[in-house]
Design a protein around this ligand. Structure first.
Ligand code: RNT
Ligand code: ZN
Length: 432
């Protein structure tokens, strides 16, 4: 069969009766293992997933600045045509993607996406009004909105240091920026309900760092000043990283630093799946952190050999993270967000693949015959536990996922690809 014929068929076939029948069979099998399928689907679709805006434009932002600035340890690679160039184009692209993704969505904005008209506004002078178009748009669509200070891609971050900079004036500039971002988050929270304000900074050094403590002390001071004032409905989180491009040797805001900071200051912690050693996964960190911190923000990402921010897929790694989130019984404490940027493929499709994969993995986790497996474990019956987990892998999950997509009124199977393709022809192709 030719790919084009197959995709055409996917786009045109009505899968309704087939999906219903498949799901009915699946339901019997899940029920035998004590899993309530309807409940799992409902819960999975209601879990909010905050979708990052920066996939649309390769983390460029909307600020007008003279000359190129260093990106600050991040790099989007690829030159696929059609990147969004304005706030309107990002919004248009996301509306398209959102129509193809099942379940509750939020939007996740960076400060560098301020819309300040013809006037350039410095980052430490940003105000809620510079985000009013975004806020109104989210309100119209029923999406929550999350926010991030942008402490990179700026002349004041040119040497790879921001909140931990040895120069007071630089630290103060970024402190003011983060404070402005918290005020904007408070404004968003008043308009749209709880707003996550996640701080990530690139700060680090390229090679053989000898003074690792002083920058960390300065970072504590800056963060304390930023987070001093409690803001109801603003969920503050801090995001660690292992290294950045050009900052390979040392990162001030390491995992241990932020985990301890969050636990002692009562703020949330962010685990980005790409921010650890290549063989280290975040799955096992969840049940530990959940006992000590208020909220855990998960940045779903996919590193290949390094923190490469590939589009999220339904991998073992992602499934393990979602399994642990569900098993921890703390879904309310866990906040889901995506964080990847691939400039080498259709960017709307990148969103759709990545966010659908995350939702799929959340649903898959909710369908685990966990009660039975837990009993087996408690009885020290390792064989039964293994057998149960193997059985889980044999169940017709695809049928349940199709049914969930149908329930959520989004395309089943690969039908969404045709929609993205026609959007590409109609809209993206004319962008240069
Ligand atoms: C960078 C962090 C951070 C950024 C965005 C742009 O390594 O993951 O989340 O990707 O804030
Ligand atoms: Zn991240």
């Amino acid at each position: 069969m030719k790919l084009s014929d197959f995709l055409q068929h996917e786009a045109e076939s009505s899968k309704g009766p087939q999906v219903d029948a498949g799901c009915w069979v699946a339901q019997q099998q899940f029920q035998e293992l004590g899993v309530d399928l309807d409940e799992a689907i409902e819960t999975a679709l209601n879990v909010p997933v905050s979708v990052h805006c920066w996939q649309a434009d390769d983390v460029r932002g909307l600020e007008r600045r003279e000359g190129e600035v260093d990106s600050g340890g991040l790099q989007a690679t690829g030159g696929y045509p059609g990147a969004a160039r304005t706030g309107d184009e990002i919004r248009q692209d996301f509306e398209m993607a959102a129509s193809l993704i099942p379940g509750t969505l939020r939007f996740n904005l960076h400060a560098m996406y301020a819309e300040t008209g013809t006037k350039a506004v410095e980052r430490d002078e940003l105000e809620p009004q510079h985000f009013s178009t975004w806020i109104d748009w989210c309100k119209r669509h029923g999406w929550g909105l999350d926010f991030n200070p942008t402490c990179f891609a700026h002349p004041m971050a040119a040497d790879g240091l921001t909140l931990s900079h040895p120069k007071r004036a630089v630290r103060q500039f970024w402190t003011r920026h983060c404070l402005a971002c918290r005020s904007i988050s408070r404004h968003i929270a008043r308009q749209l309900g709880e707003c996550v304000c996640n701080i990530w900074i690139p700060d680090g050094r390229k090679d053989s760092t000898v003074d690792r403590k002083a920058p960390r002390q300065r970072l504590i001071q800056s963060l304390d000043a930023i987070l001093e004032k409690k803001m109801p409905k603003v969920v503050d989180t801090v995001e660690s990283k292992l290294f950045g491009i050009g900052l390979e040797d040392y990162t001030v805001g390491s995992h241990e630093f932020y985990l301890l900071y969050a636990a002692t200051r009562g703020v949330g912690v962010c685990f980005d799946m790409g921010h650890f050693h290549p063989t280290e996964t975040i799955a096992d960190k969840i049940s530990a952190a959940v006992l000590f911190v208020n909220r855990i923000l998960i940045h779903a990402s996919r590193g290949i050999r390094w923190d490469s921010d590939h589009v999220v897929r339904f991998t073992d790694d992602l499934r393990a993270v979602c399994d642990e989130a569900v098993r921890s019984g703390a879904l309310k404490k866990i906040l889901w967000a995506t964080d990847f940027f691939d400039a080498s493929i259709n960017r709307v499709a990148a969103w759709v693949v990545g966010v659908r994969a995350l939702r799929k993995a959340i649903l898959y986790a909710l369908l685990e015959p966990w009660q039975l497996a837990k009993q087996a474990e408690a009885a020290n019956d390792g064989a039964a536990k293994l057998a149960l987990e193997e059985r889980r892998a044999e169940l017709p999950f695809g049928a349940v996922w199709d049914y969930a997509c149908m329930q959520a009124d989004v395309p089943v199977g690969l039908a969404w690809l045709a929609d993205v393709r026609s959007y590409e022809e109609r809209v993206l192709a004319s962008r240069s």
